[in-house]
Design a binder for this molecule. Structure first.
Ligand SMILES: [Zn+2]
Length: 279
């Protein structure tokens, strides 16, 4: 029964093997214990309970903020150059609310966003014309903010005290926007709509307020206006998908850490080191 293969007797080798395995398992468990200690921390409180509370908090916060204040669309590059408060371009009056974004065109081809900003600023001295906008988008895609959100600007008539106005520069009399202006306008509109929780129907043309041919190209090409609204929605959705994917990845990582802790705990509990008695 005992094959003579030149090794010591089976009984003796089995005994040595037991101690080798025993030492290895002990070392492994010690390693796990150290890892567990590091992962769980050293508090007296039950760290697993804490972790569960933390995870619940994250999930609750997520579901709450998703329907409330999370802004998914990143703020585009905005050059804030607020006008001096004056009764011709920045009356300093607070809006009742913000329930619309009104899109305009300047009707003055080849002027820059900076020139239009400076013109609005000069009105305080001209004391003749009242005109301004919350934002001006230039032909190179630059965005200048002239009046803070939630403050009245003189652009959209009866909508002045409950909207945000965006003026757009253009190169030709058609009022068609350059690619850069268009792209910045899409990003700015999507950002503001997201920030103030506005829907597609709350993004309107000056034309929709007064019937004025402004913004000219979007009034004369209603399909282009619908395309613009589509592009705003698509960009908004794209940003939302991106943020949600990031949040899910973070949560999955946290769940994985949690599982590792659970597995180690279960392992240590079910494999409590039992030292076999020698016969
Ligand atoms: Zn207008």
């Amino acid at each position: 029964m005992n094959p003579d293969n030149g090794r010591p007797s089976r009984k003796k080798s089995g005994h040595a093997l037991f101690w080798i395995i025993f030492i290895e398992v002990a070392a492994l468990l010690a390693g796990f214990a150290v890892l567990l200690f590091v992962v769980r921390g050293t508090d007296d409180k039950d760290p697993l309970v804490d972790e569960e509370v933390h995870l619940n908090y994250i999930m609750n916060t997520e579901s709450e903020t998703e329907t409330e204040t999370i802004v998914y669309v990143p703020r585009p590059d905005i050059d804030e150059q607020f006008l001096t408060v004056n009764k011709y371009s920045r009356p300093g009056e607070e809006c009742k609310t913000i329930d619309a974004i009104v899109i305009h065109y300047l009707g003055n081809p080849r002027t820059t966003a900076q020139e239009n900003h400076d013109y609005f600023e000069s009105l305080k001295d001209l004391k003749d014309v009242s005109m301004s906008a919350n934002y001006v988008v230039g032909t190179k895609g630059e965005i200048i903010q002239c009046v803070p959100d939630g403050e009245v600007a003189y652009a959209s008539n009866s909508y002045n005290d409950h909207s945000i106005s965006i003026e757009n520069c253009h190169m030709t009399a058609s009022g068609k926007l350059t690619k850069q202006t268009y792209n910045s306008l899409v990003k700015l509109t999507a950002y503001l709509a997201d920030l103030y929780d506005l829907e597609r129907s709350q993004i309107i043309r000056h034309y929709d307020v007064t019937g004025k041919i402004c913004p000219k190209y979007f009034v004369e090409h209603p399909e282009a206006w619908e395309d613009f609204l589509d592009d705003v929605e698509a960009y908004r959705q794209e940003c939302m998908d991106e943020v949600i994917a990031e949040q899910e990845a973070i949560l999955a990582e946290q769940m994985k850490e949690r599982e590792t802790v659970d597995e180690l705990t279960a392992f240590l509990e079910t494999n409590a080191l039992e030292v076999p008695q020698e016969q």
